[in-house]
Design a protein around this ligand. Structure first.
Ligand code: GDP
Ligand code: FE
Ligand code: FE
Length: 203
């Protein structure tokens, strides 16, 4: 059963329906469907882990808001907002969260730093992640349409121990990137060092 959160006006002036309409204009149908599944997954986790459901709904819906923007928009934002200059050497995978958060703030008027940080860190993780950020990181990884080796383990861990689940995703994403000879964004390594070695993770 789908969860329809009623917004209070504290984090966005839009109703959920108005926010959905703005997001729909930015995304192709498959990506729009994904963000709604991430929202539903995040809302369930927020209830389980005592996080504000409205924040989980908004963060889930906006997390990939910038995913289909042209590279020029990100380059311009990196300069305009004086973000880490090294970001220009990366690509959409790294930009859509870390830089996308600034576009969400400017274009949707969402200024809550907890929501924005959850967007910023949804791809690479971060040393410090609030419970909301951990929920969005995991919801993106385990939403119902995700299908990869290990997703059932990730779902089980997420339902049992959120921090261990963050460690699991962090390790397995890094392994995947290494196996495919991908560049590793430094924050991805920082997240690994902060979350995995002392986590007690077994696999
Ligand atoms: P999505 O936006 O819902 O598709 O999911 P994500 O935002 O989590 O991931 C976007 C892509 O970024 C995935 O293909 C990840 O494998 C990739 N990614 C995550 N960390 C890194 C990294 O450190 N380096 C590179 N090159 N790609 C990464
Ligand atoms: Fe993403
Ligand atoms: Fe996503």
């Amino acid at each position: 059963m789908s969860e329809e959160v009623t917004y209070s006006g504290r984090y966005t002036a839009d109703s959920r329906e108005q926010l959905l309409a703005k997001i729909a204009k930015q995304l192709k149908p498959a990506r729009f469907a994904h963000v709604q599944r991430v929202e539903q997954t995040a809302v369930k986790l927020a209830k389980q882990y005592g996080v504000e459901v409205e924040k989980a709904s908004i963060a889930g819906l906006v997390h990939d808001y910038a995913k289909q923007r042209p590279d020029e928009d990100f380059i311009a934002a990196i300069h305009h907002y004086q973000l880490d200059p090294d970001l220009v050497n990366w690509n959409n995978a790294i930009w859509h969260g870390l830089v996308g958060a600034e576009l969400i703030k400017a274009e949707l008027g969402i200024a809550d730093e907890d929501i924005l940080d959850a967007v910023r860190y949804h791809t690479t993780g971060n040393r410090y992640m609030t419970k909301l950020a951990q929920i969005i990181y995991m919801a993106d990884y385990i939403e119902p349409a995700r299908d990869f080796d290990g997703v059932e383990k990730a779902r089980l861990l997420t339902s049992q121990n959120l921090e261990l689940a963050v460690a699991y995703q962090t390790k397995h994403t890094l392994l995947y990137l290494l196996e495919n000879n991908q560049r590793i964004y430094p924050k991805t390594i920082e997240t690994y060092n902060a979350w995995v070695p002392q986590s007690g993770l077994k696999d």
